[in-house]
Design a protein around this ligand. Structure first.
Ligand SMILES: O=C([O-])CC(=O)C(=O)O
Ligand SMILES: [Mg+2]
Length: 557
């Protein structure tokens, strides 16, 4: 009898009648209990399923009940990831139908914790491509290992600056996976067109290097020309395989690489940096929408940033661009009402010799001070924007000073994840006697103060990048420009309903994000055609109809 025991290799093979089994093991084809009796008969599924049949709606309901039963945030994250790995239609139906409730567990803040522990919770299934710098010269052929050939949107990171949590090395993969899930859930970009990528050039995070379970390359980061050549090889391989309209989103690169790579590639391929440009568009949208509450147009504001990294410089430049569009002033002139404070104090003329390139345009002729409160007293800003990753830096005196200077101060505490926010909404509303117009990068619950409900806006780039991705796919965009970001910001600001503004919130509700993304995508798509940067030709007569027709709906068809 022992001679009939199969070898381990033989146990791996499928029989000719295992088609149904393979269908159920393919996440995008699996319907679980959603397979009808007819399908079960025709597809060889009988016996592989218990007899019950559930509609997709019922599956969403039971999944949400299970999701709510999980008590730890990381368990909720793992639960949703398991669903994506096994039954992706249901996963996207859950995300699209319950965006407000599930998004924090796919994206910020919990994706931050997931990246910190990514090696321990590794999912044993391909979620995207891991490209190592040791694979140089082979990147183009490795792309062929991914099962989908029609890729239109790539989010890629080198893991060096994951949210405000610093270097996570290859464990940063959680970010491209989470961002692309939102491309689909928030804007209907088809999941088969999306590819998450992590470039593994090593890590300088000693805890990772010392962790026996770390799944990445166990070396310090490669830098300099070798690094640039590797990133360049990847971008060129992607364009070669997927065509010139493949959209590449830079995500969570370190400061120095982020600016350099963006400048190097933005005029050559269809790309943008979400942390510089996406964050800029969402922050500008909040400022534009605030005009409907304060009556103060963008050009009549004075802006002070705490933090002068990617987000700070990106937002500041886009605000200057918006003021330039609204007035006759030159960009240089517009920058004069925008100030930044970094780890060495106020960015100003006397520091110009030692400043990084992206800060120099904002080094104005003002006195140097190291302290935020004295900078506020001196500069009298109307808007305070936190992009510093220093929690609690907007303290009581800071918010009170902003309140004494302004009837409705803008307080945007944008650092991610939640633990890095410069202040909470409760603090901002309490210390400003309810006058602050507050936004954060990560989600917070509404606050009740003296019987009134205040709704903090989530000033997160999730309102922008999915719509940009949808526009890129719908038009076959060959470039993404600053003008696109300005147009996207205006579309987002216009999409904020009055009742949100009435509760001091300058962003739309997340439950409506698909419609908001559609508005953003329509505005950007129109610009792609107007500027000759569309490759889906001829231009569709009815843009809205065209865009809706490419939007993925999670259904069993
Ligand atoms: O992921 C987010 O929530 C926003 C973002 O890009 C970042 O903080 O790096
Ligand atoms: Mg980011």
């Amino acid at each position: 009898m022992s001679s009939t025991i199969p070898t381990s290799a033989e146990t791996c093979t499928f029989t000719s009648s295992s088609e149904g089994y393979r269908t159920m093991k393919t996440p995008s084809l699996n319907k679980g209990l959603g397979f009808t009796a007819d399908e079960r008969n025709k597809m060889g599924l009988k016996g592989l399923l218990p007899p019950a049949e559930l509609t997709l709606e019922a599956q969403v309901q039971v999944t949400m009940e299970e999701f709510r039963r999980k008590s730890s945030p990381l368990d909720k994250y793992i639960f949703l990831q398991s669903l994506q790995d096994t039954h992706s239609t249901l996963y996207y139906a859950v995300l699209s139908g319950h965006t407000h409730e599930t998004m924090p567990f796919v994206y910020t803040p919990v994706v931050g914790e997931a990246c910190q522990k990514f090696s321990q919770i590794y999912r044993h299934t391909p979620q995207g491509l891991y490209l190592s710098i040791d694979d140089r010269g082979e990147l183009r052929s490795i792309l062929d290992n991914w099962p989908q050939d029609d890729i239109r949107a790539i989010v890629f990171t080198d893991g060096e600056r994951i949210l405000g949590l610093g270097d996570q090395g290859i464990d940063g993969m959680g970010i491209p996976v989470g961002k692309l899930a939102l491309y689909t859930a928030c804007a209907g970009v088809h999941p088969d067109h999306c590819l998450p990528v992590t470039l593994d050039v090593g890590t300088n995070n000693q805890d990772k290097l010392d962790n026996p379970y770390y799944i990445g390359r166990r070396e310090k980061r490669t830098t300099g020309a070798e690094y640039d050549a590797f990133v360049g090889e990847f971008i060129e391989a992607a364009v070669d395989k997927y065509g010139k309209a493949v959209m590449l989103q830079f995500e969570d690169f370190g400061n120095s690489n982020a600016f350099r790579l963006l400048h190097q590639w933005q005029d050559k391929v269809c790309c943008f940096n979400d942390d510089i440009q996406g964050t800029a568009a969402v922050a500008l949208a909040g400022v534009l929408a605030s005009t409907r509450v304060t009556g103060v147009p963008v050009q009549d504001n004075r802006f002070l940033f705490l933090g002068a990294g990617e987000a700070g410089a990106g937002i500041a430049e886009l605000i200057a661009y918006a003021i330039h569009r609204e007035t006759d002033k030159s960009i240089e002139e517009c920058r004069k009402q925008i100030f930044m404070l970094d780890s060495k104090g106020l960015v100003c003329k006397s520091r110009i010799g030692g400043l990084q390139h992206h800060k120099i345009p904002f080094a104005h002729a003002v006195d140097h001070t190291v302290d935020l409160l004295s900078a506020i007293k001196m500069l009298k800003p109307t808007a305070l924007l936190g992009v510093s990753t220093i929690p609690k830096s907007f303290n009581q005196s800071v918010v009170e000073e902003m309140t004494s200077l302004n009837e409705r101060p803008l307080i945007f505490a944008l650092s991610n994840p939640t633990s890095k926010a410069e202040c909470t909404p409760e603090e901002a509303y309490t210390w400003s006697n309810g006058t602050a117009i507050y936004a954060s990068g990560s989600p917070f619950e509404p606050v009740e103060l003296d019987g009134k409900i205040y709704t903090p806006g989530q000033g997160n780039n999730a309102y922008i990048f999915p719509g940009i991705g949808l526009a890129a796919v719908a038009s076959g965009a060959t470039r993404i420009t600053d003008l696109d970001m300005y147009i996207a910001a205006k579309a987002l600001a216009d999409a904020v309903p009055q009742e949100r503004l009435d509760s001091s919130c300058v962003y739309p509700h997340l439950e409506n994000i698909r419609e908001v993304s559609l508005q953003v995508a329509m505005a950007v798509t129109a610009n792609k055609y107007a500027t000759g940067q569309a490759s889906v030709l001829p231009q569709p007569v009815d843009l809205e109809k065209h865009i809706r027709s490419v939007m993925y709906e999670p259904t069993y068809t």
